[in-house]
Design a protein around this ligand. Structure first.
Ligand code: TNX
Length: 658
């Protein structure tokens, strides 16, 4: 019996230089659909064929109609046809998502299912069909431990030899340190966070001991560099030295990885580890705008970051598709801008469908995230992405932020035509200063990230306010306008003791001073160029660091691939520095980060699948000296690490390719 109500089939054909998509809507429901339109999300430019109407295309959200058949009676079907670039649909991730039909008066919405498609026939990549049609064959989850999972073999690398990121030096000696139920320690103030974390993570009660006879001894060693530690495990004593709190915390991360816990007993192999990081900035960016990731998902991500010594969480809080941060001065930002769907100010995007989809972080949530991160030696860098990627803000506060007379025509990479703030309006500055007041108040860290990426050509060209502003300041380009706004905000942040961070485009227009730090995403050379030019640089070249990219060519492997595919070896092979870096430039290359955009990442399991195990490769590149890195050595340590992740219920991509 077919109880599916609306089913949409896709027939994909290459014709000349185009991909032609024939869409058949089958109305298996009991309802006659009048004045219907088909809606779905596809973030690529399309052209309707005769008989098909492209009613709107906002970002990824497409509305199609038929110019002939405005009624779709029960039991009947209708065909729509459109085309686009051949590259438009090549993989499962590219197929239209979030299908539904709107119909009638008052308007009602009926979700539709994806029926058949012939992706296999046009996919450019190797196709490995998934068994059940929907399950991903590459997933290993906690349910698969031991069999299809990492399957740590008896002879695989374990304990002190399996630490990720690889320590500076490791010597393993005979014997074990073992303890049951109660661990006594002798601490110092700097070791407090490390001790709290160990107590939290180990199945032991931990008790301070005044005597140096404690089983675990933490002591300051001022000769060690920032974040470094010296760990010595002997049968009767574990001693940990560091010069600062971060050093003790990093030692705790190593201890946790090397621990072998059974019930209330924990064992450590004996040995000595000396360790120090290559970069002090080792980050992960998480996009919580395209899809909303719950506070709990964020906290879990922080937990996992800490285990691999990642210490900067770049929190992408706003974008075209959602404003996720409560701002008391502008409640409409989250009352309106945090939600998508029919009847909301933002349309469905990336498959979220007609219902209300979204969410935001309250001030309390943010405080919880910030302190949870701080307890794990992680600094949170909030991102308010402006002046582009601002559609959620613009749709939430149009009366404030939109210049009615602006007739500029532009279309950015994500196909929006109305998502850029206007740098010539005094209200833009008032708005952003007020938002930044609250952001600076909520986030105690050194940096505030202001985005600045992907402002499209054509923007501000037909804005009377911008024309006047440019004449007044003698500006000749849109880049200068953007630079003017960012310079104002850089000074505003500086007055609050904060530094501006931005994507590499933040330097366009050459208005920022060199206290700015940029994320170099466009490739390895741009990182060198910007560091040599005097800016702080966090390297995150897309082909290596963008973990929203698909792992490989398999058409069923989830992810984008505009910057190529990124398997473990590619990710591990990322070397962000070049011989062209000057001495000073090298000092300004402060670190690197992995980046997870979430157009295609909705569920926690999807998020983990994209992060693991590639995040471990990034963590190692950020921590370990290049001369100590070795892919086969890294891969040999992975089964041990993946088993540990599986025990925590983490979903990860399998290493073997069935
Ligand atoms: C580029 S690179 C973006 C994001 C997208 C991402 C998808 C950059 C700063 N912006 O807006 O989500 O590509 O991979």
């Amino acid at each position: 019996m077919n109880n599916r109500q609306l089913v949409v089939d896709f027939d994909l054909q290459r014709e000349d230089d185009e991909l032609v998509v024939r869409v058949t809507i089958n109305n298996h429901s009991q309802v006659d659909l009048d004045d219907w339109t088909l809606k779905f999300d596809l973030p690529k430019a399309i052209r309707p064929h005769e008989g098909t109407r492209l009613i709107s295309h906002i970002g990824s959200h497409v509305t199609l109609g038929s110019s002939q058949q405005t009624a779709l009676p029960s039991g009947e079907q209708v065909e729509l046809v459109f085309s686009g670039a051949v590259s438009m649909i090549q993989r499962l991730s590219d197929l239209p998502r979030g299908l539904y039909v709107s119909h009638g008066e008052p308007l009602a919405h009926l979700r539709a299912e994806l029926g058949s498609h012939n992706l296999e026939t046009i996919a450019t990549g190797r196709v490995i069909p998934s068994s059940g049609g929907s399950t991903n064959p590459h997933v290993a989850a906690s349910t698969e431990i031991g069999s299809a999972g990492a399957g740590a073999a008896a002879d695989s690398v374990t304990g002190l030899q399996a630490i990720v990121p690889r320590p500076t030096s490791t010597q393993v000696s005979a014997g074990v340190f073992s303890v049951a139920n109660l661990l006594t320690y002798h601490g110092c103030a700097e070791a407090r966070l490390a001790i709290v974390w160990l107590t939290d993570m180990l199945p032991l009660e931990c008790q301070a001991s005044e005597t140096s006879a404690a089983a675990m001894d933490f002591a300051i060693n001022p000769d060690l560099v920032e974040e470094a530690y010296l760990l010595r495990i002997e049968p009767q004593l574990i001693s940990i030295q560091a010069a600062d709190a971060a050093g003790f915390f990093n030692a705790a991360a190593t201890l946790l990885q090397a621990s072998d816990a059974v019930n209330n007993a924990v064992r450590w192999p004996c040995g000595v580890i000396e360790d120090r990081p290559r970069f002090n900035f080792r980050g992960l960016m998480l996009d919580c705008a395209r899809h909303f990731h719950s506070k709990d998902t964020v906290l879990r991500t922080l937990d996992l970051m800490a285990q691999f010594k990642l210490n900067r969480f770049h929190w992408h809080l706003t974008d075209d598709e959602g404003w996720r941060l409560e701002i008391q001065a502008f409640p409409q930002l989250t009352e309106r801008g945090a939600w998508r769907g029919e009847g909301e100010v933002l349309e469905a995007q990336f498959g979220t469908g007609p219902g209300r989809y979204g969410g935001f972080y309250s001030r309390d949530d943010v405080q919880e995230v910030v302190s949870y991160a701080a307890a794990r030696q992680i600094e949170v860098i909030p991102e308010i992405d402006i002046p582009g990627h601002s559609r959620a803000a613009l749709k939430s506060c149009p009366e404030l932020l939109v210049e009615e007379a602006d007739a500029s025509q532009y279309c950015g990479a994500q196909l929006y035509t109305d998502n850029v703030l206007n740098p010539a309006l005094p209200a833009t500055y008032q708005f952003l200063h007020t938002v930044l007041d609250e952001v600076c108040d909520l986030f105690p860290g050194e940096y505030v990230h202001l985005g600045a990426d992907e402002v499209p050509d054509g923007v501000w060209q037909q804005s009377p306010a911008c024309s006047e502003f440019m004449a007044e300041h003698g500006y000749e380009s849109a880049h200068e306008l953007q630079g003017h706004l960012l310079r104002d905000l850089q000074a505003y942040l500086a007055s609050k003791g904060k530094k501006l961070m931005g994507w590499e485009e933040a330097v366009h227009g050459d208005k920022l001073d060199h206290t700015a730090t940029v994320n170099a995403w466009g490739g390895i050379p741009i990182g060198t160029e910007l560091a040599n030019a005097g800016y702080g640089v966090v390297a995150c070249a897309a082909p290596f660091a963008y973990l929203d990219l698909a792992w490989d060519e398999n058409a069923f492997e989830p992810g984008y691939y505009w910057a190529g595919t990124c398997d473990l070896a590619t990710c591990y092979g990322y070397e962000p520095t070049t011989p062209e870096l000057t001495h000073d430039g090298a000092h300004r290359m402060i670190g690197m980060q992995a980046v997870l955009w979430s157009e295609l990442v909705r569920e926690p399991a999807e998020l983990e699948y994209m992060l693991f195990p590639r995040l471990l490769a990034m963590a190692e590149t950020a921590w370990t000296a290049p001369s100590d890195k070795d892919l086969s050595n890294f891969v040999a340590r992975l089964p041990f690490q993946l088993t540990r992740l599986e025990l925590q219920g983490v979903v990860h991509r399998r290493l073997d390719d069935r």
